[in-house]
Write a protein that binds this ligand. Structure first.
Ligand code: FES
Length: 82
């Protein structure tokens, strides 16, 4: 099955230490709980120069900055309409 969406998390050292270490697991859990692993391609990327907005998360082409781990579920739920 083709991936319909992508979630990209920055694994650069700044974003990683500012929350993406935790957010990585939260996204994985969300995708698994909602059976989205087949349709959403989850990947990491290196620093894209947006460190001042970190931790950075992208869903398709939409960039979310200063992502609070407590809000990740809400952000994903809202985007995927769940
Ligand atoms: S470390 Fe994430 S944008 Fe630079």
């Amino acid at each position: 099955m083709k991936n319909e969406h992508s979630v990209t998390i920055c694994l650069g050292s700044s974003c990683f230490s500012r929350g993406n270490k935790e957010i990585l697991d939260i996204v994985k859990k969300f995708l698994s709980e909602h059976n989205l692993e087949e349709t959403v391609f989850f990947r990491g990327e290196l620093c894209t120069g947006n460190c001042e907005k970190g931790p950075v998360l992208k869903i398709d082409d939409k960039l979310y900055g200063m992502v609070d781990p407590d809000k990740v579920y809400d952000i994903l739920g809202e985007y995927f309409n769940i």
